[in-house]
Structure formats: C-alpha cells, structure tokens
Design a protein around this ligand. Sequence first.
Ligand code: FES
Length: 410
Amino acid sequence: MPFIAKHILEKCKHCNACLDLVACPGAEENICIGCGACTLLCPNEALILIESKRKDKINIEVDGKKISVPEKISIKEALTGIGYVITDLPKEPEEPSESEIFAPCGVGACSSCSVEVDGVMKPACVTMIRKGMKVITTPPSNYMPKRIVCGFVGHPSGGVGTPWTLRKDPKKAIEIVCYTAGCNFQCPQCQNWHVAFRGRGDFLTPSEAARKMFLTNKKYPDVSRLTVSGGESTLNRVWLITFLQKLRKLYKNKNIRLHVDTNGSLLTKNYIDELVNAGMTDMGIDLKALSTDTFMFITGLKDKEMAEKYKKIAWNAVKYLLKHYKDKVFTGIGIPYNKDLISIEEVEAMGKKLFKIDPCLQVAVNDYQPAFRRKIQKTTSDDMKEVYRVLKETGLETVVCQSPDGFICP
Ligand code: FES
C-alpha cells in the first residue's frame, strides 16, 4: 500500500533535522515516496505516514519477472507488495535468503537492504522505483557494502566495552571512535539520535573507514584502541567483519585493541565467532532490560515477538562470549538508567543475573538524560549512587556508573 509523509505543523519546531539529517529520496523532484525515513528521525514527531491516494501503476522487473506496482514508492515497498518478506533478523551467511530482505534501519544508512538496480547497488528502503527499472535482489558475489560512518575522533572515556581502569584523564583520548549510522531500535530517548537515524557522515567501504581510523590514529600516537559504535554497529555483518579485518591488516603486528560496541540483538554465535576471528578484542553489549515490557519501552519496538528475540539473542551473546572467549575478549555490559525508563528493582535483577553469568564482568550503567523524543527527568548523581550501591550488593566486582559528576568506580 503506498504511503506518504504528512507534516503536522502544530508539532513542528522548525529544527530542520528533516532537511539536514535525512537524505530524502524524493527531495529533488519534490516527491514523497513514503519511505518513512523522516518520520523515524523527526525529534518532535511532526512527520507521520498516512495512506496515499495514488493509484497509477508502472512496470518494473524484479529478479527477471515483469511486474506492475504503484508508482512513486520505494523498492522495499514494491518488493513487499509482491510477496518478498522484509525481515528484522538477517539470515546466517550459509542460509539461503531468497525472497527475504533484511532492512533494519529504514533510513538508507546500513546498506543491508541493498539490491542491484540497473547494475548499481542501492538501498531498497530509500530508493524510488522508476518505470522499466530492473531489480535483482541477490547482490553480486563481489559486492562490498558501504555504510554511513562519522566520528573518527579521539575519545577520553570510550564505551561500554572499555576497561574502566583506562579512564584516567578526562582530557586525554584513550580510544579512536567511529560511529556507524542506522539502528534496528527506535529508542524514543535515544542518546545518539543524530547518528542512529542517519545523520551526517560519509558512505564508506570497510577499507575506506579502516584507512580513516588509521589516519586519525596518527593524531593520537599514544592510543592503541579503536572502537566502532553507533547507531548499531552490527547491522551489516559483511561490512563490520571486513572493517575489522582491514584494520588488522593495516596495523600488521602492532598491538592494537579492536572494540565493538553494540546492542547485542544480532549477535548469534556464528557472528561472534566471525568477529573474534576478524580480530575483535573488546566488546560492549548494551542489554537495555530484563523484562520484555521494559525492553520494548526503552527500545521503542512494537512487535513483542521480535523484541523477545532481540533480547534473548543479546543475553545469550553475553553467556557465549564469556564461555568461549573470556581469555580473548574483554566483555563489558551496559545498562541504561533513568527512573522514567527502568526500575531500580529491575536493574538489581539484571545485576543478579549477570553475577550468575560471571561475577567479574564489568557492568557499566549509563545515566540516560533527556534527549530526542521522550520527556524524561534528568538523572542525578544521587540516582546513580543508588544504582551503584544496589549493583555492588549483588556481588558484582566491577560496577561503573556514569553520573553528572563523573564516573562512580570501584
Ligand atoms: S535498511 Fe535500508 S539501508 Fe538500512
């Protein structure tokens, strides 16, 4: 069914995020194709999708079959209309995925949904269909995806998977960080929404991004940790694995740590194995919640079954990493905290569960401050001291709580 974005003037605060941070696929021709990218990003929810009254159809070719589809829609929409399934979980590389398109970000940032369009790879989620277009949904075997990546800066505190003992001087970088745009969650209080819902950055191949990290590192010669964060770093598996491999190659034998920060929702056992084989040495997994209701509330996911799957995969990933790679990979766990998002009792229950997995795990609690759409109260240092106390009482050895007055550490 064709959709179109509707602008709700009373809600618009003229922040121009939709103009600055969304690559609207129909902007040049003043056509809305109903891809919904602007509706995901608008911090004021002033853009919504409504049904379009367009009736005209055009002919295109998909995987060798001629079909008729409504005009001025995205390729993703056209594929859905003819029976292709848009999934929230990717297939394992060895599984066939005919008629399935993994489209986790919906804003054209991750290239997971890319299809071949008249010989060129383009994201199905934000590419408009055109009369006579030839679409092939299976990428060529030599296809190397690009992702929107930004950042490439020295960072003084690192992320969830950074050992807290490294944070000594708030003015001194301890990691070089890049951020991959696009996310499979739609957290209404997203702390990094400029990146998660596309934002600015360059479309880079893994080689280009690795090279950029390498060059940035030259400005910080004392830094030997490289981090990829997001958005969600794991959305495009081929991109991420190749990126790590390219970094390893560039640094040759140099003792460098490669840190991946993730929400963990796509981390199957095979994916973890591949990351470790590609050279990952540190991993931060942001678990979000223990109960599915809280998980859905925090992540903005509406499909309960999907939310349960994502949550289960992330918790299982923690167990798998510690069981199989404890000596090879430093694992840090992230928990979000704000009274309006999660109860202190649930944080305590998460602490107890993590203690059972491994009492020596580093658990980092991030103080979520008001950001993006959801109106939440400010987290105070006293709130975070309480979180620290509760988690320490579970027996966890290493708890680190971010607070407005700095980190609360062991
Ligand atoms: S889902 Fe289309 S680019 Fe990410």
